[in-house]
Write a protein that binds this ligand. Structure first.
Ligand code: NAP
Length: 298
């Protein structure tokens, strides 16, 4: 639950940030519960500890990325709307959580406050992963509301969060903005007009940002996955029609899974600072192109 009504930033954070000791940390993480003033003895540990915000962390690729970055030694702030799922992830991985709707500027402002308080304005990675597809209608019949939702969560939420956290990515050791686009950002297909348009926009935003930040200590990275079998993505797209959602993957030998994409994210983030992996397109072996999927028959 959000705590907009609490007075000071510290009290808000006390309410919304749930800290759990790391399960199997590779590096010692600083205990930030005492607030900024109590941190000085941990300055050395902090300097060595990479920090990350992962959006859309309550399921699929986002949750897998939180697990992977925790295993890599990152201090992670995991963000999504569903508190119960974030609580379970925190208990499992030792991440910190923030319940927020990233299409709402007030919530994004709270995220900025949480990052400043939690990481002292020294953020080393922002993984803009929250997103989704809604509907499979043609352009002619598509619902404007579905297109609006897709632009809100894929494009405008990425814009809001990136704007809010860029100061924290610049001010410390330098940081990374990673955008989770899609192969849908690189091609059009029938019935995918709203999603492909939104993902194209998200991708172009990343490309533009990289140009605009040239000279700053901030890398802009893009991952464009093809078919990834996650539990909710296709279900959301089909409006909860489980049979249609499952049909997407029928006969496909080994679609990507969330951990495959998290592996790509971790690899990109952990390259030496002078190496900027602009764009990583990753598909299952069975998918040579968006429209060229090998399906095995019984
Ligand atoms: N699965 C694929 O085939 C595939 C392929 C290429 C690219 N992608 C992209 O990869 C990303 C993750 O996909 P996925 O398969 O892991 O999907 P998913 O399981 O549906 O995850 C989407 C995540 O976004 C969060 N989210 C949605 N609306 C939000 C909002 N308003 N504010 C905050 N968080 C919000 C959801 O959490 P809450 O509901 O708890 O808020 C959820 O954690 C998306 O950007 C997607 O477009 C997926």
């Amino acid at each position: 639950m959000l705590a907009n009504d609490l007075g000071s930033t510290g009290r808000v954070l006390e309410a919304v940030l749930r800290f759990h000791p790391p399960a199997v940390p590779r590096v010692r993480l600083p205990d930030l519960r005492g607030g900024i003033g109590a941190m000085s003895q941990d300055d050395t540990a902090r300097a060595a500890t990479p920090t990350a915000v992962v959006t859309g962390a309550s399921s699929g690729i986002g949750a897998a990325t939180v697990r992977r970055l925790r295993a890599e030694g990152y201090d992670v702030l995991a963000v999504a709307r569903r508190a119960d799922r974030l609580d379970a992830l925190a208990a499992e991985t030792g991440c910190t959580t923030l319940t927020a709707d990233l299409t709402d500027q007030t919530d994004v402002d709270r995220l900025r406050g949480a990052v400043e308080e939690r990481f002292g304005g020294d953020l080393t990675a922002l993984v803009n992963n929250a997103g989704g597809a809604f509907g499979t209608d043609t352009v002619e019949t598509g619902r404007v509301e579905d297109w609006q939702r897709m632009f809100d969560v894929n494009v405008l939420a990425t814009l809001r969060v990136t704007q809010a956290l860029l100061p924290s990515l610049r001010s410390g050791r330098g940081g990374d903005v990673l955008v989770m686009s899609s192969t849908a950002a690189r091609i059009a297909y029938e019935g995918g007009g709203g999603y492909t348009a939104a993902k194209h926009a998200e991708s172009v935003m990343a490309e533009t940002l990289r140009l605009e930040l040239a000279g700053d200590p901030v890398r802009v990275l893009e991952v464009a996955p093809g078919m990834v079998k996650t539990e909710e993505f296709s279900l959301n797209r089909t409006g909860g029609d489980a049979a249609r959602a499952e049909a997407v993957y029928v006969g496909v030998r080994e679609p990507l899974v969330a951990e495959d994409v998290a592996d790509c994210v971790a690899w990109m983030l952990t390259r030496p600072r002078h190496v900027n992996v602009d764009l990583l397109v990753v598909r299952p072996l069975a998918q040579a192109a968006q429209h060229k999927v090998v399906r095995e028959r019984d």
